[in-house]
Write a protein that binds this ligand. Structure first.
Ligand code: SF4
Length: 310
């Protein structure tokens, strides 16, 4: 049984029981206060999410999954970010809306749901009117998702793997498949046709991708889009247990043939490209390449004076 308060935290499947109200931290590395690393108008999401104006991404500090290959490891593993009160979080949402964001895209907030619900209420009372998008690993409990239900318009969950052995190796969470499947089914029930399921292909582990594609075809086709990501990028400090290379051409062709085999048409896939220029650096006011994003708020610099996208 999980709860959704911070005093005896069971907000996510880790069930740490940490007293976050008393200042203790669980696996996610965060106490009860909200910490944010950056907010930006982001053009690198799927086409309907980025839209014309860009997606208003807010990157939370901390993570309840902490993949060994996380591209945002500075904020998920190393705790980069600064504390924001709920009215400040609301102001960040409003600043994104003011700069033309199509939506508020809350990135990796699963460990901070009670605080986010309050902050979004505050933002909506202050004039936030664009849709709110939940961008998560899907390592979440149904109770926590239910707490969020009224606040979220669109879901963007990962389905990283259905293989408990890989989940243990890469996230230390052998139960990830069971929780992620239940979470995604709940999202599909809450908002049918407003769910995009993301899957990052792991080089050398194509059997995991095959299982995910089959699951999508059997369980979500027609009610969700699939976003197939082949951007895996090896870089230090990834530990030796993480894949150390890019997806190769042979793997890419195989995956494309599986999309045809499973008759998966609804969704998006990336061109195969190698290079690490796009990887974020959250020490910078704009953590992403300038063609991909315009900074709005940064954990050290505060609000940016950068102009809006037109
Ligand atoms: S939200 Fe954090 S403290 Fe709470 S159960 Fe999950 S990892 Fe543990």
């Amino acid at each position: 049984m999980s709860n959704t308060n911070y005093a005896d935290c069971a907000c996510c499947p880790r069930l740490c029981r940490a007293d976050r109200e008393g200042g203790k931290k669980g696996f996610c590395g965060e106490d009860m206060r909200l910490r944010v690393a950056a907010a930006a108008i982001h053009r690198g999401e799927e086409p309907p999410i980025s839209g014309k104006g860009g997606s208003g991404a807010i990157f939370l500090t901390g993570c309840n999954l902490r993949c060994v290959f996380c591209q945002n490891y500075q904020i998920s593993h190393q705790g980069m970010g600064s504390f924001v009160a709920k009215n400040e979080f609301a102001n960040i949402c409003l600043a994104l809306q003011e700069r033309g964001a199509e939506n508020i895209n809350i990135v990796t907030g699963s460990h901070a749901v009670p605080a986010i619900v309050q902050a979004l209420e505050c933002a909506k009372m202050s004039g936030l009117s664009i849709p709110v998008l939940w961008n998560s690993s899907a390592y979440e409990t149904i109770e926590t998702l239910t707490l969020l239900r009224d606040a979220i318009d669109i879901y963007l969950p990962d389905l990283k793997t259905l293989d408990g052995r890989l989940a243990k190796q890469f996230f230390g969470a052998e139960d990830y498949p069971r929780y992620a499947v239940a979470a995604i089914k709940t999202m599909l029930e809450f908002k049918p046709h407003q769910v995009i399921i993301r899957h990052l292909v792991l080089p050398g582990h194509l059997e995991s991708t095959y299982d995910v594609l089959r699951w999508f075809a059997d369980n979500a086709r027609g009610r969700a889009d699939l976003s197939l990501m082949t951007q895996y990028t090896p870089r230090p400090p990834y530990p030796p247990s993480a894949p150390q290379r890019y997806v190769n051409n042979c793997e890419y062709d195989t995956i494309m043939s599986w999309l045809a085999e499973f008759e998966i048409d609804d969704g998006y896939y990336q061109e195969l490209e190698t290079g690490s220029e796009w990887l974020p650096d959250f020490t910078q006011e704009n953590p992403f390449p300038s063609e991909l994003s315009i900074p709005v708020w940064h954990w050290r610099e505060g609000y940016s004076a950068a102009p809006r996208l037109d």
